[in-house]
Design a protein around this ligand. Sequence first.
Ligand code: GDR
Length: 356
Amino acid sequence: MRPKVALITGANGQDGSYLSELLLHKGYIVHGLVRPHASASAHSLYNLTLARAHPNFTLHYGDITDMGCLLGILQSAKFDEIYHLAGQSHVGLSFSMPVYTADATALGTVRLLQAVAQLNLCHRVRFYNACTSELYGRIAKGEQDENTRFYPSSPYASAKMFSYWITVNMRESYGLFAVNGILFNHESPRRGLEFVSRKITRAAAGIHLGGNEILELGNLDARRDWGDARDFVRGIHMMLQQDEPEDLVLATGEARSVREFAEEAFLSIGITLEWRGEGISEIGRDGTTERLLVRVNPDLFRPNDVPWLCGSARRAEQKLAWAKSISFEELVQDMVQNDIKQLKSAASLKAITPRL
Ligand code: GDR
């Protein structure tokens, strides 16, 4: 039987790199689309290593804002599945780059879908669109699922809203097997350092190794449903194996605050944070030494932040037999331990380099 061929846009990101590995493991031929200037970032190294080491992985340099490039890639192989993960994915940054966010995240999706339609691939390929819990926005309360009202509260969420509906629209208009995965936050040791989870675990790791940094954070009270990216990537693949396309939520059903995330990360290295308000700052101290470890920086607050997100993945559990396998505590510990390892090897590299 011919192996399945998949295209992953944004293959250099956290999800793209795990998904590349998962599909290769399942015997797929995988093509990854990566922006040329993204290739220097740490997590894209996984893909560059893959590209060099795995005969079934092909790396394409290109951009989701370039229609010609998308048409060229879609014609370069007989794709069975397209996983569209590319876009500007930082919610905070989208407030200062709304036009670019719309171009990459909203128009990027319609460009790719239009390329699929133009090449008459609607009845050949299956299409996954990476959607987000941010669609529920600032009015979200209790648990959110596939039937909860959307209220996008950032340029990022508004762009994703468009990508959500254009995906539904292509499914209904042209019979494309297209699915929106509404994924709540999902983290891992490969998470970008610009997201709060990794920012926290990296700082905790540095402090554990004797660093004297102070971790600066924005809104400590925002609550998110934090799952593990490796669990979620399994779910993404399952979504394209459904008999009929259906948009599904992946989540853990547990909401924790940024403050709780920080507490858990520091606890994993034996530090209990004690929070004390001091003017506009809130300070977390190491209970034993009274050292200042965490400070609130008002500049890191977003113009509009989503206070609460907590998902119900009951439909995905039912339909796909998907289940999370990693707990919040295990995830945080894993991230901190990986950051400790990374920092140690970076330090040993630095120590070795001058002598080489
Ligand atoms: P989010 O993730 O916006 O939920 O989007 P992020 O980790 O950026 O923020 C989570 C919450 O933490 C608060 N916060 C901070 N955030 C960052 N980045 N840096 C800080 O210093 C900081 N301090 C507090 C934020 O205000 C927010 O409330 C992620 C992305 O991966 C999206 O692409 C994806 O769609 C959603 O998750 C699901």
